[in-house]
Design a protein around this ligand. Structure first.
Ligand code: ZN
Length: 388
């Protein structure tokens, strides 16, 4: 079965909540008579990931026991590793409208047809302070993940999902592979080991180097850019995708590397999100996962290697997927190649290293960063996007 190739999903079986055609028609008819709830952009991303099994073994929005268990122990109530709660929150007005219903029709936007039915199993108060300090390690509203969580409602409605249709998308349609589809793609290519790379940024030489170092020891590479909600100053997904395509066209072996998108919204929860990202990539069939410096971090909320250290809090078998930890990498003029502090003995002045601020400044001025830092094809796409 391709469901467990090349690695078993988290919890053992790949979840699929999407109804078959006949069942979907029945669900749609039932949904027409249910109270409706519009799901916000972030929770819609979660719904899509739940539907396809990217969040296996979850089969819906989590209940109170799992919620507190995840916050307190980074495990589900049944003991399975899990780092970030997946909940559906509602405000007081919505709660008044749908509270007490046994089933709720979930809609992707106001006036749109329902795409799922939530079979309600309970409701509980969202403990926002506890969630902030547990998941984000801060209660600071300047943190974009904390802010988004506080902007959500105060009550969570838990239940299992029956999905009528996946949320519609008009972008990246050729890249929206579900976990079953990436697994099938790996099987077709004969990849028995696959490394996943999470990104929400354009790929510069440093990240290309990490991917290729990892690819030297596995069969295939899945570049898996996150395309759900990000903070406003991140590079938009459409621009990033052009950069990835240019890189793949010029520098990646087609039979060893593929791109597919990850529909999740960013939490910016640093270490906990690294675990969550790794588990989701296992569900997509990755056997290995790259964890760089400050993975999923923002500002100075997390230490440079916190997202790597957190893996030590789990037994390797609990996660299954193997994290590959990397340090900061760069081009070194003396080595005449890419390296990191692990492999290059030279001085900082020998290394081509630019701050994110400096790179943005150069691109905004229409100037390519050195080709040892960015491939010129990528630089040109970013320059064009910044000047558009
Ligand atoms: Zn060197």
């Amino acid at each position: 079965m391709s469901d467990t190739y090349p690695i078993a999903p988290h919890g053992g079986a790949l979840v699929n909540l999407l109804a078959s055609d006949d069942a979907a028609a029945n669900l749609a008819a039932e949904a027409a008579n249910l109270p409706k709830l519009v799901v916000n952009e972030r929770e819609l991303s979660d719904l899509e990931m739940l539907a396809t099994g990217a969040l296996s073994p979850l089969t819906g929005f989590q209940g109170e026991d799992d919620y507190h268990s995840v916050l307190e122990t980074m495990h589900l109530a049944d003991g399975l590793a899990w780092a970030i709660p997946v909940v559906l929150s509602v405000g007081d007005d919505e709660l008044h409208r749908v509270g007490g219903a046994e089933a709720i029709a979930l809609c992707p936007s106001e006036g749109a047809e329902p795409i799922a039915i939530l079979r309600v199993t309970g409701q509980f108060k969202r403990d926002k302070h506890k969630e902030a300090v547990s998941v984000y390690r801060t209660d600071d509203l300047e943190h974009p993940g904390v802010k988004a969580m506080y902007d959500g409602g105060d009550t969570c409605i838990a239940g299992t999902l029956e999905v009528i249709a996946l949320p519609g998308h008009d972008d990246f349609v050729n890249y929206r592979l579900t976990p079953a589809e990436t697994r099938e793609a790996f099987r077709e290519r004969g990849w028995r080991t696959v490394v996943g790379f999470q990104t929400r940024n354009p790929i510069h030489r440093a990240h290309e180097y990490l991917q290729k170092c990892a690819l030297e020891i596995v069969d295939g590479l899945l570049v898996h850019p996150l395309v759900g909600a990000t903070k406003a100053d991140d590079v938009p997904p459409a621009v990033r995708m052009q950069c990835y395509e240019a890189l793949f066209a010029g520098y990646y072996p087609r039979d060893r590397a593929m791109i597919s998108v990850f529909p999740a919204a960013m939490r910016y929860a640093g270490p906990r999100e690294a675990i969550w990202h790794a588990i989701a990539r296992k569900n997509y069939g990755c056997t290995h996962f790259i964890v760089g410096r400050d993975h999923a971090g923002v500002g100075t909320y997390y230490g440079t290697y916190d997202a790597q250290k957190i893996f030590e809090e789990f037994e390797a078998a609990e996660l299954g997927i193997i994290p590959l930890m990397f340090e900061h990498s760069f081009w070194c003029n003396k080595c005449e190649g890419m390296g990191s502090p692990k492999t290059c003995p030279h001085e900082p002045e020998d290394r081509v290293s630019l701050s994110g601020t400096k790179v943005r400044e150069m691109l905004a001025n229409g100037e390519r960063p050195p080709q040892e830092f960015s491939r010129p094809e990528v630089a040109d796409i970013l320059i064009a996007a910044m000047q558009a």
